[in-house]
Design a protein around this ligand. Sequence first.
Ligand SMILES: [Zn+2]
Length: 179
Amino acid sequence: MPSNKDRRPANNPATRIGYGFDSHEFRSGIPLKIGGISLAHDKGLGGHSDGDVLLHAVTDALLGAVAAPDIGALFPPSDSRWKGADSAVFLREALKRVREAGYGVANMDASLILSAPKIGPHSAAIRERIAQLLGVGVDCVGLKAKTPEGLNLENAAIAHVVVLLEKRSSPKKPRKKNE
Ligand SMILES: [Zn+2]
């Protein structure tokens, strides 16, 4: 049995880590949005809302860091309100929950896996937009883009994101389970 000295308050450690993953399929004839930026391409990402695979993974990383319900539970794809919605709405709600839990974002890092379009020319704009949404400096937003070598996933876009939160204040009254 650990002594009281070894025991830390489980609900508000000094830092918390969050991890988010998402994938979407490319479809012809719809606009492409990645990291809150519209990219010129002949295909867009289908599925939930505007299909912004990167903002979805950031949102899930934030929610996961404070052990909140995930993006699919908070914003079910079956709810017509979220059809074509700007995914920044989801990120803002996740950030609100982070702040209510008494935390702020220290930094985040993302890997984006897709065969096209090239992300390099848009990387600065995407990082700036995400930094703005998270309320952090652009030097606290990492973004690497990779092509899916050997994965046979030419028609998919995949995002992996980690976020680090740091304690900023006392948590507000906890939400009820699954609220
Ligand atoms: Zn998604």
